[in-house]
Design a protein around this ligand. Structure first.
Ligand code: ZN
Length: 253
């Protein structure tokens, strides 16, 4: 007998802070979470464990990133209005954002008059902010609707195919079961492979397209940005193509 033990990450919601969201392109309320590392035996653990960091998640778009808790004046128990949240957690936010918001105004007015560097920065920022969501998703196998249907379909095939086989000839029943099992397995593999692109299409592309739309990027600019992320080992650079992003910007959902 062996004992399953190790460490796991615990998460505890601390409350809300106000900050700028690079995906939404405006100040937003963020959920602040404490991340701890705790020992577990058979995945049972006690306490919140040793502090390993904090994470803030935009309450509007769901993009999350590491956060420095000391950068905020406090954490609010409720999100309330953005103005009161700003006062309570980040009173200097408007002043800190002056330059960034001025850039946003220039971008809204005439995106093509920005320098190449400014444009690339505006394209990089939301990709960078959505990257942790992509990394987290692909770190584990996920069961989405398609995979669940494939499992149900696979089990069904194990009954249906031998039944059809047996109806044709009694000899075909047993090999029919094996054929049904093989088909069901193929169905599952197909859906597991399709689940990745499905996640990118449903969870990442719409957000990225919405965030990039005001920048009006060219396919070459998006391609350059994605290539750099790919080279840096970010999965988001590998799982999306520039033409997919441009297409999603042109026909938003
Ligand atoms: Zn956001």
């Amino acid at each position: 007998m062996f004992i399953v033990w190790g460490r796991k990450i615990t998460r505890r919601a601390l409350g809300y802070v106000a900050d700028f969201c690079g995906v939404c392109r405006v100040p937003r309320a963020f959920r602040m979470t404490r991340l701890g590392s705790v020992g577990h035996v058979y995945y049972i653990s006690f306490g919140e464990g040793k502090l390993v960091g904090h994470q803030r998640t935009c309450t509007s778009c769901g993009a999350f990133s590491d956060a420095d808790l000391n950068a905020y004046a406090g954490v609010s128990k409720s999100s309330g209005s953005l103005e009161s949240l700003k006062r309570e957690t980040y009173p200097g936010l408007d002043a800190a954002l002056e330059q960034r918001l001025a850039l946003e105004v220039r971008m809204q007015a005439a995106p093509h008059l920005l320098s190449a560097e400014e444009r690339l920065g505006l394209i990089f920022s939301p990709i960078n902010l959505l990257s942790p969501k992509v990394e987290k998703h692909f770190a584990t196998t996920h069961m989405d609707g398609g995979v669940a249907l494939a499992i149900a379909g696979g089990i069904g095939l194990c009954f249906i195919v031998p039944a059809i086989g047996a109806a044709i000839s009694s000899e075909y029943g047993p090999p029919g079961f094996l054929l049904g099992m093989a088909l069901g397995f193929a169905l599952l593999i197909w859906q597991l492979i399709a689940a990745g692109p499905r996640f990118m299409r449903k969870e990442i592309l719409p957000l990225l397209a919405k965030s990039l739309a005001p920048v009006k990027p060219s396919e070459a600019e998006v391609d350059r940005a994605l290539r750099e992320f790919k080279q840096a080992g970010h999965k988001i650079g590998k799982k999306l193509t520039a033409s997919q992003v441009i297409e999603a910007i042109r026909s938003p959902r």
